[in-house]
Write a protein that binds this ligand. Structure first.
Ligand code: THU
Length: 134
């Protein structure tokens, strides 16, 4: 799986997300989540949710993903998937759509229960870095 072309192997990406989900730390919600994304240089990165006894401090799986993005060389996200404990496709929460927008922009492709959709349809009229430079 390389680049952002139509040959992207979503099944492989989902498998990486499921593997990450298996390492989630979610003792409070009992709701492990795993995510995986393709980067524009061909890298695959992933993340899992990490909760905290101080409930509001819990980190969504996407937090780990964007941290890994930067910690492994940066770049732009091109394709993203998120899975629940059953390995089923899950839509990212609203806050995480904003995280994804920062590093993938409106054209980032998301796997959703309604099919593959650009982030622009999941986070319409998004606020982003461009607003700060105008
Ligand atoms: N969660 C994520 O990790 N990502 C999402 O996009 C949806 C929600 C986590 C947060 C919390 O640990 C658990 O799922 C239940 O909300």
């Amino acid at each position: 799986m390389t680049g952002a072309g139509p040959d992207v192997d979503w099944e492989k990406l989902r498998a990486v997300a499921r593997d990450a989900m298996s390492r989630a730390y979610a003792p409070y919600s009992g709701y492990p989540v795993g995510v995986a994304a393709l980067v524009d240089d061909g890298r695959i990165i992933s993340g899992c949710n990490v909760e905290n006894a101080s409930y509001g401090l819990g980190l969504c799986a996407e937090c780990g993903l964007v941290s890994e993005l930067h910690n492994t060389g940066g770049g732009r996200l091109t394709h993203f998937t998120c899975v629940d404990r059953n390995g089923e496709t899950l839509v990212p929460c609203g806050r995480c759509r904003q995280l994804l927008h920062e590093f993938g922009g409106p054209d980032l492709l998301l796997e959703t229960p309604a099919g593959i959709l650009p982030l622009s349809q999941m986070l319409p009229q998004a606020f982003g870095p461009d607003h700060l430079s105008t």
